[in-house]
Design a protein around this ligand. Structure first.
Ligand code: F0G
Length: 357
């Protein structure tokens, strides 16, 4: 059957029924790409795959949760959705609300969201409110608002979001025909690590002979690493604005995923993130956004610290949560710094003296 989005495909595992109007942009079904060049570069004896969630319709994994959150909102008679966002949730909520024909209000931390994400929220017709505060403060505001007014909250506190996002774990299991040994991923508000862990547990329970449980390896940016430090960060900072979050809502569930799976939650610096971001773009031809590269930076850190047993090659999946085109400013700011763009005259000789052909 032709693919029609993840609700249609996984309805037996999702909280939908015959009366749920399916609001879908045919999200999910994203590629699992072997990273063979990276393997060679890192001299790593195992397997590495990228789950490229940037290939979802609005360019991030948020679409998986949003298809269900918005479908259920419409089923329950809601005429409006609201969210706080570092950008991707806002872009996704705006697109699915547009498809559903309902109102969408998004609150974003002023000056701290990538241009691509902001332009998505605007073009899909959301009411965009730029708040003089960080993500955590903004999230508190929308929680309060949705408690008092007839508007559905579509942040990952909404359990339907988690249910949609868990389908990425199903897809990984199906693509590999087994579970990975390790999953590396960025952690911000911690909804996604919660969702993947739920998905892996459900598949392992449904078919215990086929599927087991991977170790969940979460990475935060070092200036925004509350789960690593063990306390909320009041003024989180990082170049990876998507995960610039100081007090994750799903804190407890992220710790559960880490502890039950025998994984870790660690931090990586902005430099490590940028290096990993550039490395996979140059070696694998994949352009992800900075937050997504935290998973690769985490993997590189683990390999350097000899985390893995050399005698026992492992299968690793890194989640690339969003597309690099969301945030071209980060590339260009660094490209200029790295002198990657040369100016030349409109003249063959000048061009030949600038590049070796
Ligand atoms: N990667 C990207 C590209 C994200 O946009 C986010 C979160 C994460 C990773 C972290 O996922 O919060 O489930 O741990 N973005 C949210 C937003 C907060 O508003 O778009 P998480």
């Amino acid at each position: 059957m032709v693919y029609q989005g993840l609700i249609e495909k996984y309805k037996d595992f999702l909280p939908v029924n015959n009366r749920t109007p399916i609001i879908s942009l045919y999200e999910g079904n994203t590629p699992l790409i072997p990273a063979n060049n990276l393997l060679k570069k890192l001299r790593f004896d195992g397997k590495i795959y990228f789950k490229f969630e940037g290939m979802n319709p609005t360019g991030s994994f948020k679409d998986r949760g949003m298809t269900i959150a918005v479908s259920k909102a419409v089923e329950n008679g809601s005429k409006a959705v609201i969210c706080a966002s570092t950008g991707n949730t806002a872009a996704s909520a705006a697109a699915y609300a547009a498809k559903a024909g309902i109102q969408c209000v998004v609150l974003i931390p002023e000056g701290k969201i990538a241009m691509g994400k902001l332009s998505q929220a605007v073009i899909h017709g959301a009411e965009v409110l730029s708040v003089d505060g960080n993500f955590d403060e903004t999230l508190n505001l929308v929680r309060e608002l949705s408690g008092q007014y007839p508007v559905t909250l579509v942040n990952s506190i909404n359990p339907f979001r988690i249910d949609g996002q868990k389908t990425a774990a199903y897809e990984i299991c199906e693509s590999l025909g087994q579970s990975p040994d390790y999953q590396f991923m960025p952690v911000g508000n911690a909804g996604n690590i919660t969702a993947y862990w739920k998905g892996y547990k459900e598949y392992a329970e449904a078919e215990p002979k086929k599927y087991s449980l991977p170790k969940m390896m979460g990475f935060q940016a070092s200036g925004s690493a509350p789960l690593v430090e063990g306390y909320p960060i009041l003024n989180p900072e990082t170049i990876a604005t998507a995960i610039r979050i100081g007090n994750p809502v799903s804190w407890k569930y992220a710790e559960e995923a880490r502890d039950e799976s025998g994984g870790i939650i660690d931090k990586v610096t902005d430099d490590e993130i940028l290096n990993a971001y550039t490395l996979i773009a140059e070696t694998e031809g994949i352009f992800c956004e900075p937050a997504s590269a935290a998973s690769i930076a985490g993997l590189i850190k683990c390999i350097r610290h000899e985390y893995f047993d050399k005698l026992n090659p492992v299968k690793i999946v890194c989640i690339l949560t969003g597309h690099g085109l969301k945030d071209p400013d980060t590339v260009l700011a660094n490209a200029v710094k790295l002198k990657k763009i040369k100016s030349v005259k409109a003249d063959i000789k000048d061009i030949i003296s600038a590049v070796e052909l």
